[in-house]
Design a protein around this ligand. Sequence first.
Ligand SMILES: Nc1ncnc2c1ncn2[C@@H]1O[C@H](COP(=O)(O)OP(=O)(O)OP(=O)(O)O)[C@@H](O)[C@H]1O
Length: 269
Amino acid sequence: MASIRLDDVSVNFVLYQGSGRSLKKTLLHSSTSGALKHDAHHRITVKALNGVSLRLEHGDRLGLIGGNGAGKTTFLRTLAGVYEPTAGRIRVEGRVTPLFDIGLGLDPDATGYDNIRMRAAYFGIDSDEIERKMEDIAAFTELGDYLSLPVRTYSAGMTLRLAFAAATAVDPEILLMDEWIAVSDVQFLEKAQRRAEGFVNRSSIMVVASHMEEVLRRLCNKILWLDHGTIVRMGPVDEVLAAYRATLGDVALKTAPAPAPEPAAAPQP
Ligand SMILES: Nc1ncnc2c1ncn2[C@@H]1O[C@H](COP(=O)(O)OP(=O)(O)OP(=O)(O)O)[C@@H](O)[C@H]1O
């Protein structure tokens, strides 16, 4: 059974280690100065996560909220193993599927089809299973014959469609998402949302960072509010969102853009 446990986890980044006094002063008096510190080596560091302790179990769908620089992305990347904690302990049990930086890992010289196969192989899915799913994945991308061409011939939007389809070809145990909603192609956004929701439902644990209240309410059953890398509050969605709004006002969270109408016919790539 998937589980996540963090005990007093901190992640520090070194921002500046030169001797220029004026830049140091500017950094220390910037708006994030609460999180900026001198360390023992006279470097300026930022505590992106600061003593975070929590547990997540099967069925937990956690939404991350907090202002810019609160530590949401750092939290996700730490769960994914991209960053090692500077202090504290983290234990993640289960297969992690990060759905952020989703274009990472695509081979530009391989075809769309081969990229889907490689992604599946990376997650240990056997070739028979992926061939069974291939028709569905290919239909989802709407890329048609382009799937037989190298990915370097794709536009940015086409690459995103492929990356998203490939990443969601495999059912995750622990699903991590970062503002995936902010895809540029509005028609694709609706489809991506529907697919992601199915994907979320089949995962054991899901964590999503989002500034969109609608997304958080639809996908999550718990909210973690971070500020300067520290937990302000964690609990039921209504409760934490209300507390967050009360502190920051209605501008704290955005509403999602209106979905585009369904196209009459599938667009040609
Ligand atoms: N690779 C890095 N190197 C140096 N500092 C970093 C790095 N990544 C994040 N930070 C710093 O850590 C802090 C937390 O950043 P993070 O990206 O986790 O915040 P966030 O909540 O995701 O913000 P946003 O909503 O703006 O994306 C910020 O002060 C940021 O400048």
